[in-house]
Design a protein around this ligand. Structure first.
Ligand SMILES: Cc1cc2nc3c(=O)[nH]c(=O)nc-3n(C[C@H](O)[C@H](O)[C@H](O)COP(=O)(O)OP(=O)(O)OC[C@H]3O[C@@H](n4cnc5c(N)ncnc54)[C@H](O)[C@@H]3O)c2cc1C
Length: 328
């Protein structure tokens, strides 16, 4: 088995979703058979970051024309790498960038991309959700050539990538190789503009250990103090589903989900949140999920470890009172 993992970066650091994809790669092969790939014009720091993880080796794909991302540049460069090294599997995080270029890259190599994978069983058999998460589909790769797979954010736990003697012979650092693709400016059809600069985030939900997250069940901004009290009692960060942020009741940086932040706290307490797929992808990597919802059929209960069916306006104040009592 030869599994190549293509890492994505932001601001010179490997993105957390890339380490989730590494956890997925470990479901396919032992660390020694995994090659992490970093791609760009300056990739030394990224390669060093990757080499400290449980992987067999790191390949730096380096070329001045890869300074900024373009679908043509990335797919041409990786095509050349995979032609020369013949991986059995190529794993990506399922990001917007990967959605942009990976299908074209797979197609170039006569393959398809098994996209947005949420589970990997022996075989390997890949699971994808269909019809907004109502059905699970099982996919197996057949034929020659690499099997291209992208994995959904939150589906695999990044913190399972801790290098141990069992997973990594040389936990200090994996060897790093350089690969220089042959690229010509005429092959790159897009001219990237200034990258979009996200507003500085003052809330880092990604590293929060406890999160109380509120949804449309709260009915109005005037009721938010109720969940703020619960978050305060638990020493938790306050987060929200998208409608709460769309309505301006809480700032956008507190939104969890596919168009918000991905979180994996020890405790995620969802209050009045239905559990739409776009919300679940941002939080289902949480260790313990507790849901409060008056609808016993709400999809959030399918991912919850503990569920309370009832009216949040009664349950939340009672919970706060009990927590205060327990604290003394
Ligand atoms: C492209 C795209 C991207 C998206 N990105 C995101 C994203 O990043 N994050 C996100 O969250 N959503 C996202 N969405 C929206 C998503 O599809 C859902 O619409 C949204 O998550 C629903 O939020 P909600 O659960 O708060 O509201 P609802 O679906 O309206 O659910 C409210 C829940 O509260 C319960 N409830 C009502 N009253 C009470 C009460 N008194 N006590 C207890 N429970 C009560 C109801 O039973 C219900 O289950 C996205 C959608 C699209 C199309």
């Amino acid at each position: 088995m030869s599994v190549f993992l293509v890492l994505e970066q932001s601001g010179g650091k490997v993105k957390r979703v890339s380490w989730e994809a590494l956890a997925a790669a470990h479901r396919l092969a032992p660390a020694q058979e995994i090659t992490a790939v970093v791609i760009g014009a300056e990739t030394e720091a990224l390669a060093a970051e990757a080499a400290a993880k449980p992987v067999g080796k790191v390949v730096r794909v380096k070329h001045p024309l890869l300074k900024t991302y373009t679908a043509d540049g990335f797919s041409l460069a990786l095509h050349q790498l995979f032609q020369s090294q013949s991986p059995t599997h190529v794993v990506f995080p399922h990001t917007y960038q990967v959605r942009d270029y990976a299908p074209a890259l797979a197609c170039r190599m006569g393959q398809v991309l098994i996209g947005d994978v949420t589970g990997i069983e022996d075989g390997p058999i890949f699971t994808r959700q269909l019809l907004q998460g109502r059905l699970n589909g099982s996919y197996r790769h057949s034929g020659n050539g690499p099997c291209f797979v992208s994995v959904q954010a939150g589906a695999f736990r990044a913190d399972s990538n801790i290098a141990t003697p069992e997973t990594h012979d040389n936990a200090a650092s994996a060897p790093i190789e350089l690969f220089t693709p042959a690229l010509d400016p005429s092959q790159i059809r897009t001219k990237p503009g200034e990258p979009y600069r996200e507003s500085a985030q003052t809330v880092d939900l990604g590293s929060a250990q406890r999160i109380v997250s509120v949804g449309r069940g709260i009915k109005g901004a005037e009721n938010l103090p109720l969940v703020e009290a619960l978050a305060g009692a638990l020493g938790a960060e306050l987060a929200a589903s998208r409608p709460i942020c769309d309505n301006g009741w809480l700032p956008m940086e507190r939104q969890v989900g596919s168009s918000g932040q991905t979180v994996s706290p020890k405790l995620y307490l969802a209050v009045g949140i239905s559990g739409a797929i776009q919300h679940l992808v941002g939080m289902k990597g949480s260790k313990t999920i507790v849901a409060i919802n008056k609808d016993a059929e709400a999809p959030i209960f399918e991912v919850a470890d503990y569920g309370i069916v009832g009216d949040l306006f009664q349950i939340v104040p009672a919970l706060v009172e009990e927590i205060q009592k327990a604290k003394g």
